[in-house]
Design a protein around this ligand. Structure first.
Ligand code: GLU
Length: 385
């Protein structure tokens, strides 16, 4: 499909690793502190179907505060923005249980296990924590488990702002190199003006480049149960598209929304197109964000394997230069000195030096602990000079 023809429908159907962000309003049931079970089950059903096709899915869900209101005595009339921080944090501690329990049971119905992952934004900014979180997510995904992520509201030091999970979902997508972030909320995308107020408001099905006019159109957060409004979604779209990840905004209120998005090309939503979806753009992104701390010199066999999309195994590495920690960026070169790519090392330099030239099965025997089988995982690798 040419770039001109790309739509939310085609982008979603081409996605192999998907982050779905679910807004509080979608998972809340009729009664306070209850989940919308039929909706959750329809989501789990659709996600299980996607997984059967080999698509990996991560869910980032809000709803902690919304589902803990009753226990904290916060009436439905109080807008989320007016709840005191300590109350929000306490409510979230209660509601998180209801929420995850809802997801867990919904996925169990379709034979899929869900895992609860609580992150904070500051952790995702810390390289080492980021790496650990990422490894955990990859491990879960490799096992066919669906991570259900929320911000760890109890320990988050900043104010809980509704819309934070829009940002968190993009951060997670960057962390795991996802192809697409799908934001499900009560709005079906970006309009030239607020469609609830202005009948002339026009809908965008695609935004190829976010300009200041789009940011203006998004306006500020609309008060309500959960929504961070379009503003936080546009901000999320800015960082997502810059990192080469598509972002789609869709209305998720009805059951089986994922199935409908995947099968109905006419369904209304806005696709913010990834600015850099090709590999050379990804390497530029890696290069601009990470300074290589070392060099891995590889043999021809390893080079061929990389070109086929494989990970870099220790056995194919001949020599190591530089000083790097686990998770640092390293350059990959051939023995003739040609730079073939860049990636993130799964081992620090001392351990890496001990395992190069060795088979992966020998790693734990040499290092005394069992780490990864690979020196640079293919998800952490970009080829090109
Ligand atoms: N972490 C918050 C909650 O679970 C939601 C933040 C958001 O909606 O962006 O209630």
């Amino acid at each position: 499909m040419s770039k001109e023809e790309v739509t939310a429908y085609s982008a979603l159907n081409d996605t192999r690793l998907l982050v779905i962000k679910v807004g509080s309003v979608l998972i809340r049931g009729e009664e306070l502190d209850t989940v919308n079970k039929p909706w959750m089950e329809s989501l789990a059903h659709d996600v299980a179907g996607l997984m059967e096709k080999g698509v990996k899915v991560v869910i980032v869900s809000s709803g902690g505060v919304a589902l803990g209101r009753k226990a904290l005595g916060i009436s439905a009339e109080i807008s989320p923005g007016s709840i005191r921080l300590d109350q929000k944090q306490a409510a979230s501690a209660v509601g998180q249980y209801h929420m995850f329990n809802g997801y867990y049971n919904a996925f169990q119905k379709f034979g899929v296990t869900a895992a609860q992952v609580l992150l904070t934004m500051s952790e995702t900014e810390n390289r080492r924590m980021n790496l650990n979180a990422r490894e955990t997510l990859y491990t879960l995904l490799d096992k066919g488990i669906v991570p259900v992520i929320n911000e760890n509201d109890t320990v988050s030091t900043g104010e809980i702002r509704f819309g934070d999970n829009d940002r968190l979902s993009v951060r997670v997508a960057q962390m795991i190199n996802a192809d697409t972030v799908l934001l499900l909320s009560t709005t079906d995308g970006l309009y030239t003006a607020n469609p609830d107020i202005d009948p002339e408001a026009r809908h965008f099905s695609i935004v190829r480049e976010i300009e200041s006019k789009h940011v203006k159109m998004a306006g500020d957060a609309i008060p309500g149960l959960s929504t961070g409004g379009m503003k936080s979604k546009i901000e999320a779209a800015q960082s997502s598209t810059k990192a080469g990840i598509n972002l789609i905004i869709s209305k998720g209120t009805e059951n089986h929304v994922i199935k409908s998005l995947l099968t109905d090309p006419k369904r209304k939503s806005t696709l913010f197109l990834a600015q850099k979806s090709d590999v050379s753009a990804r390497i530029k992104w890696l290069q601009s964000h990470l300074r290589p701390r070392g060099i891995l010199i590889i043999d021809e066999g390893a080079h061929d394997a990389l070109k086929k999309g494989k990970s870099l195994l220790p056995v194919g590495v001949k020599k190591i230069e530089g000083h790097f920690q686990r998770g640092d960026a390293v350059e990959i070169r051939t023995q003739t000195g040609k730079k073939v790519g860049m990636g993130l090392s799964a081992y620090d330099v001392a351990d890496a030096k001990q395992i190069i030239g060795k088979n992966s099965a020998e790693i734990s025997g040499i290092l005394g602990y069992s780490g990864r089988d690979v020196l640079v995982h293919r998800n952490d690798l970009v080829l090109g000079d």
